[in-house]
Design a protein around this ligand. Structure first.
Ligand code: ARG
Length: 462
C-alpha cells in the first residue's frame, strides 16, 4: 500500500506523533470486527444505491472490493497499518486503493460512530450464540453425569457444615439450573441489542435521504434505534453482556470451589482425571486442580471487565466520546474468558468420577438425618419447634457417646419422646431420607430422575 493518508489530513496539519498514533489506535484489537465491518458496509452501500446516492455499478465495485478485502484478511494477506487507527478506516482506505473513486463514496451519510456501534452489535449477536451453544454442551455434560449418579447419595452442606443427605444427581443438576438462567439472560441480551444504529451518523443523523429500515433489514436487525444522539453512544448492551458473562463466571467459580474441596485428601469425594490436573516442580506427589483454580481466578477477570466497562460509561458527556473505544477491549475479554471457562468446565465434568463407596461409607457422620427425624416427630403429632428441641438433645447425647441417631436404642429414644416407635428406624439413615423426599424440586431420587428427564428433553430443543 502506498503512503496512507488519513481522512482528515486536509484539516489537521503536521505529521502525527508516533506516541499519539500508538495511543489512539484500536486497530490492534478491533480488527477482530472486520467481517462485521464489511457486511455492514455492503449493506450501507446497497442502501446508498437504492437511494441513488451512488450508482448500481459503483455499488457492485464497492461490494466486490469489500469482499476481496475480507478474503485478504481471512488469508492473513492484509497489511494493517496502525496509522489508520481502526478497522473502519483500514478497510475504507484499502477499498479506495482497490476500486478508486467509488470507494470514496462509501462513507456517505455515515460516521465511524454509528458504524462501530453497528459492528459491535453484529459481533455480539454471533458471540452470544456461540456462548449459548457452549453453555448447552456444558449443561448436557452435567445431565449425563447426573444420570450416572442418579442412585447415589452425598451430603449437602450449608456453611460448609453437613446439612442433609441428597442424591448426587440433584447436586449436579443444581448447576444446570444456574446455567439455564445464564443462557436465558444471554438470549434476552441478544434480543435487546439487536437494533440498528446505522444512519445515526456522527451524532445527529444526516441531511441525506438514507433508508435506515433497509440496512436494518439487510443486516437482520429487528428494528432501528430512534434517537441518533443516544444511538451513537449507547453501550448498555456491552455492560449487560459482560454482566451476564460475570454471573456465568460466578456460577462456574462455585463449581470450581466445590470440586477443589471435594478432590482434597480430606474429602476425597471425587477424582478429576489426570488430564485436568498439574504436578509440582518440587513436590513429586502432587496432583493439583489448577484448571479449576483458573476457572475461579478467571472469574476475577470477568468482574474486572465489568467494572471497567461501567466506569468507562460513567459521566461521559452526551453522544460519542473516544472513551468508548475502550469498550471493545472489555467485551472481547469477557467473551473469550467466558467461552474458555465454559469449555474447561465441560471437559472436567466429562472426566470426573465420584467415589461413591467412600462417600456413602461416611454418610453416618454429621447427623444428616436429624431434620428428617424432627419431621418424623411432626408426623406423630408434635409441633415442629418441640420436635427440633428433642432431636437437638438426642444429637448432643449421640455426640458424647460417639453414635449416630440410628444407633440409639428405642428405649433411649422413647425416654425423650414417647411418640417414637420402631418405625423410626425406617426413617433414619441417609438413603432412606433421600428416597423419602417428597417436595417438588427436592434433591431426592425421584425428583432427580424427573429433572433428568425434563432437562434431556429441554436441552435437546435448546
Ligand atoms: N475506533 C473508534 C471506536 O472504536 C471508532 C469511532 C471513532 N470516532 C471518532 N469520531 N473518533 O470507538
Amino acid at each position: 500500500m502506498s503512503e496512507t493518508k488519513r481522512s482528515w489530513e486536509n484539516r489537521l496539519s503536521g505529521h502525527p506523533d508516533e506516541l499519539a498514533a500508538d495511543f489512539v489506535q484500536s486497530l490492534s484489537y478491533d480488527r477482530r470486527l472486520y467481517k462485521y465491518d464489511i457486511v455492514g458496509s455492503i449493506a450501507h452501500a446497497g442502501m446508498l444505491a437504492k437511494r441513488k446516492l451512488i450508482s448500481k455499478e459503483e455499488f457492485e465495485q464497492i461490494k466486490q472490493g469489500l469482499i476481496e478485502i475480507g478474503q485478504q484478511i481471512d488469508a492473513g494477506r492484509f497489511k494493517f497499518d496502525k496509522k489508520l487507527e481502526d478497522i473502519h478506516m483500514a478497510v475504507e482506505a484499502a477499498l479506495i486503493e482497490k476500486v478508486g473513486e467509488p470507494g470514496r463514496k462509501l462513507h456517505t451519510g455515515r460516521s465511524r460512530n454509528d458504524q462501530v456501534a453497528a459492528d459491535i452489535r453484529l459481533w455480539m449477536r454471533d458471540e452470544i450464540e456461540i456462548l449459548q451453544a457452549k453453555i448447552t454442551i456444558l449443561q448436557k455434560a452435567f445431565v449425563a453425569l447426573a444420570e450416572k449418579y442418579a442412585d447415589n447419595i452425598m451430603p449437602a452442606y450449608t456453611h460448609l457444615q453437613r446439612a442433609q443427605p441428597v442424591c448426587i444427581a440433584g447436586y449436579l443438576l443444581s448447576f444446570v439450573e444456574m446455567l439455564s438462567r445464564d443462557w436465558i439472560r444471554l438470549k434476552n441480551c441478544r434480543t435487546l441489542l439487536n437494533i440498528s444504529p446505522l444512519g445515526s451518523g456522527a451524532a445527529a443523523g444526516s441531511t441525506l435521504e438514507l433508508d435506515r429500515k433497509s440496512t436494518c433489514e439487510d443486516l437482520g436487525f429487528s428494528d432501528i434505534t430512534y434517537n441518533s444522539l443516544d444511538a451513537v453512544s449507547d453501550r448498555d448492551f456491552c455492560a449487560e453482556f459482560i454482566f451476564d458473562c460475570s454471573l456465568l463466571g460466578a456460577h462456574l467459580s462455585r463449581l470450581a470451589e466445590d470440586f477443589i474441596i471435594f478432590s482434597t485428601n480430606e474429602f476425597d469425594f471425587i477424582r478429576i482425571d489426570d488430564k485436568y490436573c498439574t504436578g509440582s516442580s518440587m513436590m513429586p506427589q502432587k496432583r493439583n486442580p489448577d484448571m479449576l483454580e483458573l476457572m475461579r481466578g478467571k472469574t476475577g477477570s470477568l468482574y474486572g471487565a465489568l467494572m471497567a466497562m461501567l466506569t468507562i460509561l460513567k459521566a461521559q458527556p452526551s453522544t460519542y466520546n473516544r472513551d468508548l473505544q475502550e469498550d471493545k477491549i472489555h467485551v472481547f475479554q469477557a467473551a473469550d474468558v467466558a467461552g474458555q471457562i465454559v469449555d474447561m468446565a465441560a471437559a472436567i465434568i466429562n472426566n470426573t468420577v465420584f467415589n461413591t463407596a467412600k462417600i456413602e461409607a461416611g454418610m453416618d457422620a454429621g447427623f444428616l438425618d436429624a431434620t428428617a427425624m424432627a419431621e418424623y416427630l411432626v408426623m406423630k403429632g408434635l409441633p415442629f419447634r418441640t420436635a427440633h428441641g428433642i432431636v437437638g438433645s438426642l444429637v448432643a447425647i449421640c455426640e458424647k457417646q460417639q453414635k449416630s441417631l440410628s444407633q440409639l436404642e428405642l428405649t433411649e429414644l422413647q425416654k425423650h419422646c414417647n411418640l417414637v416407635g420402631q418405625d423410626v428406624y425406617e426413617v433414619l439413615g441417609a438413603r432412606n431420607i433421600v428416597a423419602a423426599y417428597k417436595t417438588k424440586g427436592s434433591a431426592g431420587f425421584s425428583e432427580a430422575a424427573e429433572q433428568i428427564k425434563y432437562w434431556k428433553k429441554r436441552l435437546a430443543e435448546q
